[in-house]
Design a protein around this ligand. Structure first.
Ligand SMILES: NC(=O)c1ccc[n+]([C@@H]2O[C@H](COP(=O)([O-])OP(=O)(O)OC[C@H]3O[C@@H](n4cnc5c(N)ncnc54)[C@H](O)[C@@H]3O)[C@@H](O)[C@H]2O)c1
Length: 293
């Protein structure tokens, strides 16, 4: 298969990123099916995508597309066997856990056509952690998006040592076809390019708050005032999802045993346990229930 033959995309995980990737692919003319193990997540995604389709209709990022119609054509599925039919690319966005990602790919390997390329949107894991489990290591690589996907339109294309060169060419070409600017990584590296820099910022911001050096709002104020950005690290983490930030921090805290990372993960978990996972919950570090943001 060549990049210009890709026609159908299976997006796995109907959460924050899966929704945006589904929109990006549908808005660039691809047939899209969204798979999630949670029926409620699928229903929620369908509603959110309809809203996004209307809100972004006419946006230059989707020039020439009838976004409302494109979104209406997306299909939703909870059965991997049905979702995998005739799919060219799988874009995986399930939670940040190598065992889960491996299991999801292994299941899809049973049902997807031979040609199907498996693309993982992991934030901080390495595809080699689940390459063997995926059942098709040569056709697995990272295709990592940034959010919002349509405007922060950069993707990292990262092989693991067993990824075939053809797979990378397919993903580079596919990325351009969905309006993304691909960055070709020459080898596996946690956090890719932008996130390697961004994760360092988040780690330091969370460390300052965890250690009681300054409050969340002041830490954000320090960043926004000097850098002249609309949001600081915590405001941005509300868009990422504090649960996702916790998953990432917890994974590396456990893997390294670093006491500061363990404390940072515990501090983030406090927000998750209160249901304050960020914009998607209406509340995170900040309150969005007034619709002010
Ligand atoms: N949030 C971000 O800004 C961001 C950016 C880039 C990459 N990522 C990465 O993308 C991935 C997903 O992050 P997210 O923020 O969209 O998470 P999320 O929690 O919003 O969504 C995850 C979805 O996966 C579903 N899921 C769980 N197990 C599943 C299974 N076995 N089969 C199918 N679906 C399953 C859940 O029901 C949920 O709907 C993570 O690896 C994350 O690190 C996140």
């Amino acid at each position: 298969m060549k990049a210009d033959q890709v026609a159908k995309v299976l997006v796995v995980g109907a959460g924050t990123m899966g929704e945006q990737i589904a929109l990006q692919c549908a808005g660039h003319g691809f047939a899209v099916v969204v798979l999630d193990s949670d029926a409620e997540a699928l229903t929620r995604a369908q509603g959110q995508l309809a809203g996004l389709g209307s809100a972004l209709a006419g946006d230059p990022a989707f020039a020439g597309a009838d976004l409302v119609q494109a979104v209406a054509a997306i299909t939703y599925e909870s059965d991997p066997a049905k979702a995998a039919a005739d799919v060219d690319i799988v874009s995986e966005s399930v939670p940040e856990d190598p065992a889960l990602k491996g299991a999801v790919f292994a299941e899809l390997d049973r049902w997807c056509p031979e040609r199907t390329v498996f693309a993982s949107n992991t934030s901080s894991l390495l595809p080699s952690m689940y390459a063997e489990a995926s059942g098709r290591p040569d056709r697995l690589a990272a295709l990592h998006f940034h959010q919002p996907v349509w405007s922060a339109n950069l993707v990292d294309v990262m092989p693991h040592p067993g990824t075939s060169p053809e797979t990378i060419e397919i993903l580079l070409g596919f990325a351009e076809r969905i309006g993304q600017i691909p960055i070709r990584l020459h080898k596996e590296s946690p956090g890719y390019v932008f996130n390697a820099m961004y994760n360092a910022l988040n780690r330091e911001a969370i460390t300052l708050a965890t250690n009681g050096v300054a409050g969340v709002e002041d830490i954000d104020r320090a960043w926004t005032t000097v850098m002249k950005t609309p949001r600081g690290p915590f405001g941005m983490l509300d868009f990422v999802g504090i649960d996702t930030a916790w998953h990432i921090t917890q994974y590396w805290a456990t893997a390294t045993g670093d006491p500061q990372l363990l404390a940072n993960a515990a501090w983030l978990k406090g927000y998750v346990d209160q249901g304050r996972t960020g914009v998607k919950a209406g509340k995170g570090f900040y309150d969005y229930t007034s619709g002010a943001d």
